[in-house]
Design a protein around this ligand. Structure first.
Ligand code: NAP
Length: 334
């Protein structure tokens, strides 16, 4: 490799118009400074949450990505060069790097982690055995305190985080309803994930569809979407229900007012908790061990939506927002 291809944010995108804002530059191959490591990417993880950092919003959980800098993202690959103790060329690693052929990272700030190379499909380190898995497990078990026999509703249930939250809730003994866009995804939720019911959020009356699927109310809502969907759920929550706010995708490109039915939090005595995976990333080994047990036992179905080629990152990224993906969106870099 003579030079490094790097996706650079030149402007904050309008809606899904990523090509007018993010450009593939060619730069000199990075050389690690003392304490740094370079990683040659095999796969990139594409994550919906990054969209919020691609706006000038300063009220998010991360500051905006500075214009002119590389787009950050999780990278899975091999150490190319190391000037940090504990990492050697050829090690299989994961880190918050850049959308690039080669990322240069600081081990501590990037969460650089050496990975178990015996896992048969390395991509699992970007889905169930990584941030998506930790988020789903902590959200369902600790934030929502899901109990056996309870009714759990999960939005974006055919996506990377939602499909894990839904399946973990089932493993914990809950009755699980998934929300997804379109009949193919709803069939996937029932036939492949084994959920108890599926609701198409394109249904003109989602509120009534939720009421039909959960006549006694929703005990736990694992929220990935927000916007009007959250209002349709609020009026269907059971008394003393819990809402774990994992994400609010409908609000990322543009903040939306709401929810309109905020009063239902009082009326139904709900608990609403927001949570963010970097807060529990230090528990990665413990959480990964539990998730590995379930994946090895075949209890978690974890499809990937893979696109080949770093040059195709933008079309792969748009799939998260058009709902084209089933499962974890990744890009194969080399
Ligand atoms: N709190 C944390 O630490 C944390 C960590 C990881 C992820 N997350 C959150 O988890 C959520 C999912 O992220 P992901 O990266 O795993 O993506 P994903 O679920 O694999 O893909 C996103 C899915 O969301 C659905 N969607 C998109 N816009 C929608 C809308 N306006 N209304 C309804 N559904 C919509 C689409 O499915 P349909 O076809 O079903 O519409 C799409 O497939 C995001 O909110 C993200 O921010 C949070």
């Amino acid at each position: 490799m003579s030079d490094n291809r790097v996706w650079t944010l030149r402007a904050y995108p309008e809606g899904l118009d990523f090509p007018s804002a993010i450009f593939l530059d060619r730069q000199a191959m990075p050389v690690p400074a003392e304490g740094q490591v370079t990683i040659a990417a095999d796969w990139l993880s594409l994550d919906a949450g990054t969209r919020m950092w691609m706006t000038p919003r300063t009220d998010s959980y991360q500051p905006p990505i500075p214009l002119g800098s590389a787009v950050p993202g999780q990278v899975l690959g091999r150490v190319l060069e190391s000037r940090a103790p504990g990492f050697a060329p050829g090690d299989l690693v994961r880190a918050f790097g850049q959308w690039a052929d080669v990322s240069c990272v600081d081990p501590l700030t990037s969460g650089l982690t050496k990975l178990d190379a015996t896992v048969t499909d390395p991509r699992l380190h970007l889905g169930p055995l990584g941030m998506n898995g930790w988020t789903a497990l902590v959200g369902i078990e600790e934030m929502a305190r899901t109990q056996p026999g309870e009714t759990v509703l999960v939005s974006a249930a055919a996506g990377a985080t939602g499909m894990l939250a839904a399946q973990i809730a089932r493993v914990l003994g809950a009755r699980v309803i998934g929300i997804a866009g379109g009949p193919t995804k709803c069939a996937f939720l029932i036939d492949e994930l084994g959920l108890d019911a599926a609701i198409d959020h394109r249904d003109p009356d989602v509120e009534a569809a939720i009421a039909r699927a959960a006549p006694d109310g929703i005990n736990v809502y694992f929220e990935n979407v927000g916007g009007p969907l959250l209002d349709a759920v609020l009026s269907n929550m059971a008394h003393y229900g819990r809402i774990a706010i994992c994400g609010l995708m409908a609000n990322y490109a543009q903040a939306q007012p709401g929810p309109q039915r905020f009063d239902q939090i009082l009326a139904r005595r709900l608990q609403v908790t927001g949570f963010f995976s970097p807060d529990f990333a230090h528990r990665g080994p413990e959480l990964t061990a539990r998730l590995r047990g379930w994946t090895d036992a075949g209890k978690l179905v974890t499809p990937f939506d893979e696109t080949a080629g770093l040059e195709n990152v933008l079309s792969a990224y748009a799939r998260l927002f058009t709902g084209a993906n089933i499962g974890k969106v990744v890009v194969r870099v080399s």
